[in-house]
Design a protein around this ligand. Structure first.
Ligand SMILES: O=C(O)CCC(=O)C(=O)O
Ligand SMILES: [Fe+2]
Length: 601
């Protein structure tokens, strides 16, 4: 390994700059040197990112192997420029669709052979995928053009260096997860066969309308080490309004992300983030875009299932059935599903993108023979997986004062003046003879007290509460109002309007309704008793015995309905999400609907 420290990154010179006026992903930069030196802060930050965004910059400049990797990446950029310019016949020597031993995956991929969306639109990138096993001699190498064969030492230097750096990161993840020493690194050994590979990608210039060169996906493997020179890579920031933002290429840094295998091993404790490749931004769009990747995967024979032990045992879904795919079956299944060939179907695209949900991977659904006390945890587990709308109930409690208007909101202690509470459930229950909604609140709750106050005031129907059904952009509001301490003061933080009755309303909501509560039932023992339901003494399904109150309210006015395309905020598996894809119904082949007989007047 020569002294490469002083060499400038020539590859960035002369490129049009990445624009400064577009939103970019706020990726944290971790230092490889610090990770290698077991710096506790750096390691803790790495683990945090692994559980969060799943993407970061890895600064390679502070240590020899990092600098060597950078140096090799520069050389491979030059090599791939030459490679992709070879005549088609030469590249076809390694065509993955025809070359024996390629598994239809390793080798050359022609432009436009994968679907980038469910309509079957095709990709805009050409690739060469060189197997780590070919590079280090675990397998008889696939045919490649002479140019590549002559550069095998360079590919080997790059692959083995990237491999070592991945091992450092796997070791830290292993230790942070408190797994038995070596568990994760030993599932990724250099001289065992795996799907690890070096990939070079070329996307042709894309002036004009921005277009996708690679569709949205998560990476299938464990860790990905990526080199970008031009922009184009985009990620979705979690919690935000599903907006795609560019990842700015940073000289001296690789972009590292976690893949599905780590998600499966850790039952979702670690995250693989969705990403895609768009045309480069601004003036960069008129250039050919190259990228270079080292993909690390578990060894072919490793079964992708939850690892037992350490922090993973605390994962809520750990009791669910484990899927039976080996690492090799998994990545081949995913890689083949989105090929745009004669077998392509719209639903293949969806299957090839997201990590298959656990229910899909399970060999059989679980038939539970639940008896208490298991019914409580089984019900909790099932409903956690049911996406729920997120709604905030707002009200005002100042019975003696006049209705405030936006221009004269009470100056001090708004939190004592207005109530806001996240509803634990909300649904519409009828339109006629009355438009009714039902919602429940966990007790104790000041909002429940305020409603009880309204119910006993004798004025019916009194529009004393607003239900704000949150949109995907309002995760912060959902979070703030679910805090029992309501701190920091949510009214100061979130813009709100007032209804005719002076009740706060969040204008960015999906929609909001003014309601008059008509009746409420406590769901504790006493409340149930009042409804004629007796709970036998000594019987409880939950050691915590939390209670709530359910209300039925009449909708007096729909105060707000946001523009079409506004996405809902949903609560699913204990995190905020929004909807992703329409279900493709093309294959359902239902008979046409039979017209209902009109009711006789
Ligand atoms: O080209 C890039 O920047 C990213 C490519 C990528 O995400 C992939 O090949 O999985
Ligand atoms: Fe990727």
């Amino acid at each position: 390994m020569g002294d490469v420290a002083a060499e400038p990154l020539a590859s960035f010179q002369g490129l049009p700059p990445f624009p400064d006026n577009i939103p970019t992903a706020p990726l944290v930069t971790l230092s490889l040197a610090k990770l290698q030196a077991n710096d506790p802060q750096e390691v803790a930050e790495f683990f945090k990112i692994g559980k969060g965004l799943g993407f970061f910059y890895l600064d390679l400049r502070g240590c020899d192997n990092g600098r060597q990797l950078l140096h090799d990446a520069e050389a491979l950029l030059e090599l791939q420029k030459q490679y992709f310019d070879l005549p088609l016949e030469e590249k076809r020597i390694s065509d993955r669709e025809t070359v024996p031993g390629s598994d239809g995956f390793f080798g050359w991929k022609a432009l436009g052979t994968l679907a980038v969306d469910k309509t079957g639109k095709t990709d805009r990138n050409e690739q060469l995928t060189v197997k780590k096993d070919d590079i280090v001699g675990n397998t008889a190498p696939l045919p490649v053009p002479e140019l590549i064969r002559n550069n095998m030492p360079l590919l080997k230097s790059f692959a083995t260096n990237a491999f070592d750096i991945v091992q450092v990161m796997l070791t830290h993840l292993n230790d942070q997860l408190e797994l038995a020493p070596g568990t994760l690194p030993n599932m990724h050994r250099l001289y065992e066969e795996s799907g690890d590979h070096v990939r070079m990608l070329k996307a042709p210039p894309a002036p004009g309308e921005p277009s996708l060169s690679a569709g949205p996906h998560t990476d299938f493997g464990s860790l990905t080490v990526l080199f970008n020179w031009l922009g184009g890579l985009q990620v979705v920031l979690p919690g935000a309004s599903k907006e795609w933002v560019y990842v700015r290429p940073v000289p001296g840094c690789a972009i590292v992300n976690l893949g599905d295998a780590l998600v499966k091993f850790t039952a979702g404790l670690l995250r693989s983030n969705i990403h895609r490749v768009m045309s480069p931004p601004g003036n960069q769009a008129s250039l050919v875009r190259y990228s270079l990747v080292y993909f690390s995967r578990p060894e072919n024979a490793v079964v992708l299932k939850q690892i037992k032990g350490g922090l993973i045992d605390n994962q809520p879904i750990s009791e669910e059935p484990q899927e039976e795919f080996t690492a090799k079956q998994w990545f081949l299944r995913r890689a083949h599903l989105n090929k745009k060939n004669d077998n392509w179907k719209p639903e293949n695209w969806a299957k090839s993108r997201a990590p298959a949900p656990r229910s899909e991977l399970a060999t059989e659904p679980v038939r539970r023979k639940s008896a208490e006390p298991e019914v409580n945890s089984a019900m909790r587990s099932l409903f956690r997986r049911t996406a729920q709308p997120v709604a905030i109930l707002t009200s005002r409690h100042a019975p003696s004062s006049s209705t405030p208007t936006s221009s004269q909101t009470p100056a001090a202690n708004l939190e004592e003046y207005y109530h806001g509470a996240t509803l634990s459930s909300f649904t519409s229950i009828s339109l006629s003879p009355l438009p009714l909604v039902a919602f429940s609140l966990h007790l104790p709750s000041r909002a429940a007290q305020a409603i009880q106050h309204a119910l006993t005031s004798g004025i019916y129907p009194c529009p004393s509460v607003v239900v704000n059904i949150l949109s995907a952009s309002q995760a912060a509001i959902g979070r703030h109002f679910s805090r029992p301490d309501l701190w920091p003061n949510p009214w100061e933080m979130h813009n709100h309007d007032l209804t005719e009755e002076g009740i706060p309303l969040f204008p960015d909501s999906l929609g909001a309704v003014s309601c008059a509560p008509l009746t409420g039932f406590g769901l504790d023992r006493d409340g149930l008793k009042r409804m004629g339901i007796n709970v036998p003494q000594g019987m409880t399904y939950d050691s915590e015995e939390t209670t709530s109150e359910i209300f039925i309210a009449q909708v007096i006015r729909v105060e707000l309905e946001n523009t079409p395309g506004t996405l809902p905020l949903l609560y699913h598996e204990r995190v905020f999400k929004t909807i992703a894809e329409d279900i493709v119904e093309g294959d359902l082949k239902l008979p046409p609907p039979v017209p209902r007989e009109r009711a006789k007047a």
